[in-house]
Design a binder for this molecule. Structure first.
Ligand code: PLP
Ligand code: COI
Length: 366
């Protein structure tokens, strides 16, 4: 199999008609989330017996797929999400990208897909930023969202791991994930649906997990809530996570709880980073199960003072109101809590180069 060292030289094919400066400036002024894309994409192919080959950064555009491509039938697909930031000194930086590379390979393991060497994953990011670095918005909270993904493109209808895959990386200027701009999000507790069962794919970042979350998420929106929260699939009692974010609970005695990584939730890189930052502040963070009934009674008694969701897209987002069949409660004042605000400022300050990177999390590009 080819090693990263001999495949890392990306062939560059510049876009023949890139977006004009004026159009790009207009797009970057109000990026939203996930609707605008840069001019280029990275592509790398994998075939059994040959390994990774043909690393290219070229014009972004439609891809040809055989109608029998395995991904269209059996959903062999994984992805990652991370952001590139423009620092005040003009340099470009990433936040713990090697963690995304490693999680990508853990997802690949679970979906019976080949590993992408970490150097190639990071090299792909360097390659797209070298041609599309001008697409990083510098507005408040804005960044260039990077979406690396891999899927099975072998034309074969038998059910077995495919023997051919494509890795792509696209980039999308991003602002706030939540359109409403409300100070805190509201959450609907799903009683009818679960996201992941023990032994399933909950800890992998595979498209199928998100497909399964769409109906419960739509149900939450229909009822007027921003997000759905999932309970565990066995007892329907323990809080797991949202469709695309991990959760933290802050108590009046300074303790912080976040659900443990038992295989049914995504091991968030934001989650991991916040645990470190909280411990650095001297707070006690425990990774343990927390039940929906305790969530309600602790919020009502005032023992639970803050709750927030976190993730690359959502950053740190306060949770104000929670409701479900037979329950409806507010956490604290229903708005952003003090610790939540402080943590968000600390995390984004490090990511954006406004605060010292004491943990060595920031990787400068170029
Ligand atoms: N949980 C799910 C299901 C997600 O999709 C995400 C987003 O990637 C997260 C949690 C948060 O992970 P991270 O902090 O690595 O972005
Ligand atoms: C991310 O935060 O990167 C995700 O993949 C979550 C998704 C809901 C956008």
């Amino acid at each position: 199999m080819a090693t990263a060292a001999d495949t890392i030289a990306f062939q560059t094919i510049p876009h023949p008609a890139p977006t004009s400066e004026a159009d790009r400036t207009a797009m970057l002024a109000n990026p939203g989330f996930g609707t605008q894309f840069t001019d280029h994409m990275v592509s790398i192919d994998w075939v059994e017996g040959k390994g990774w080959h043909n690393p290219t950064v070229g014009p972004r555009g439609p891809i040809a797929l055989d109608p029998a491509a395995a991904v269209l039938h059996y959903a062999q697909e994984i992805f990652e999400g991370l952001k590139a930031y423009r620092h005040p000194d003009g340099t470009v930086a990433l936040f713990r990208p090697e963690q995304n590379a490693q999680r990508f390979n853990r997802s690949a393991d679970r979906l019976a897909m080949p590993h992408l060497p970490e150097e190639l994953f990071l090299g792909a990011i360097d390659a797209i930023l070298s041609v599309d670095g001008g697409w990083i918005p510098d507005g408040d909270g804005a960044s260039l969202y990077l979406r690396p993904f891999m899927f099975a493109n072998e034309a074969f209808l038998g059910v077995r791991p495919a023997k051919q895959y494509k890795f792509l990386l696209i980039a999308s200027p991003a602002g706030n994930y939540f359109k409403s701009g409300a100070p805190a999000v509201s959450i609907w507790v799903s009683s009818d649906y679960t996201r992941a069962a023990p032994g399933g794919t909950g800890a992998a970042k595979c498209g199928g997990n998100y497909a399964a979350s769409l109906v419960p998420q739509a149900e939450a929106i229909e009822r007027g809530f921003d997000q759905v929260v999932f309970l565990d699939a066995v007892e329907r009692k323990w809080i797991e996570e949202l469709g695309g974010m991990n959760l933290f609970f802050v108590f009046d005695d300074g303790r912080v709880i976040t659900p443990p990584l038992t295989g049914t939730i995504l091991p968030g890189i934001t989650r991991d980073s916040l645990i470190d930052l909280l411990r650095e502040e001297g707070l006690t963070v425990v990774e343990e199960r927390y039940s929906i009934d305790d969530w309600q009674s602790d919020a009502n008694s005032g023992k639970l003072v803050e709750c927030f969701a976190c993730g690359t897209a959502a950053v740190v987002t306060p949770v104000g109101r929670v409701a479900g069949r037979d329950r409806d409660f507010t956490i604290g004042t229903g708005g952003p809590g003090q610790l939540t605000g402080r943590l968000k400022d600390r995390l984004t300050g490090i990511q954006r180069g406004q605060l010292p990177d004491t943990q060595g999390w920031v990787r400068k590009i170029g």
